[in-house]
Design a protein. Structure first.
Length: 284
């Protein structure tokens, strides 16, 4: 078991006093048998009334409501977690799903429908062409090996680019540019898995990395694929490997734009500067 402290600070500086509409905060990690929250606190200035809820994906969401005008909004989340996912490869896939291709049982397909590809891409679609360069029908391969091949290929062929602007590149844009952020790589992997008929979803969270002069931890994105017998398993194309003990999931979604850490609006003079800092540290 490994303990982590996550400090996530968000500052909005407005050009004048504004009225803050309710803000949705997705800052609390997803608890389960692999992760337990030891303590958490949320400090907000100006003062806010919090209402906690679960969204349709079972993500924990705090709705912050404000009464006073403000020229600055400060949101500081501090969470200490216990991470038990120390052996991410210790899982068994159901016999019928070990080799690719396979079919999800009808009952599972009903539940997994939002995470499956609803449309068939033409053969000349950029994503379809790229997937065909990774695997051709008829090649014997295990399902996990195919997913790991996709993950590794993205890591080896795409240059990582830190992008502060909101939004996610389409798979076609990422492939044509040859660069992308973690959320762009995760979206490419997710759509490639769906193109192959596998249920996949987007994950937003944190990644611990050994501290350096420029890195103390970061918000991060990766993807999960539903493997019968094993459940949702994470793959991180930014590092070319399966998600493990250094990954801390906060929210999952069918679409990447659905789970920003902080989302809200304001009424008042236009213009706002955003400053975000994230620190993920190991505790004894």
């Amino acid at each position: 078991m490994q303990r982590y402290k996550i400090l996530h600070r968000t500052y909005y500086n407005f050009s004048g006093p504004v009225r803050l509409d309710p803000h949705a905060l997705r800052l609390r990690p997803r608890e389960g048998h692999e992760l337990r929250i030891e303590s958490s606190s949320l400090t907000i200035t100006p003062p806010a009334t919090l209402r906690w809820q679960r969204d349709a994906e079972d993500n924990s969401v705090a709705i912050a409501s404000f009464e006073s005008l403000a020229s600055q909004l400060m949101i500081e989340s501090t969470v200490i977690i216990e991470q038990f996912n120390e052996a991410p490869l210790d899982f068994l896939v159901a016999d019928y799903a070990i080799d690719y291709p396979f079919a999800y049982p009808p009952d599972d397909r009903i539940l997994l429908a939002p995470y499956l590809n609803a449309a068939t891409r033409p053969a000349d679609d950029p994503l379809a062409v790229w997937v065909a360069s990774v695997w051709q029908p008829g090649e014997p391969i295990q399902t996990y090996a195919l997913l790991q091949r996709l993950c590794t290929r993205i890591h080896q062929t795409l240059a990582y680019q830190l992008r502060e602007e909101p939004g996610v590149q389409s798979p076609a844009d990422t492939l044509s540019r040859g660069t992308g952020s973690c959320r762009d790589s995760a979206t490419l992997f997710m759509e490639a898995a769906r193109h192959l008929g596998l249920a996949a979803r987007f994950v937003s969270g944190y990644l611990y990395a050994p501290p350096s002069n420029v890195n103390y931890g970061a918000t991060h994105a990766w993807a999960e694929v539903f493997l019968p017998g094993a459940g949702w398993k994470g793959f991180d194309p930014s590092i070319g490997d399966i998600a493990g003990s250094h990954h801390i999931a906060v929210a999952v979604a069918r679409l990447p734009e659905s789970v920003p850490p902080v989302a809200g609006s304001f009424v008042g003079p236009p213009g706002a500067n955003l400053d975000v800092g994230v620190w993920v540290t190991v505790l004894d």
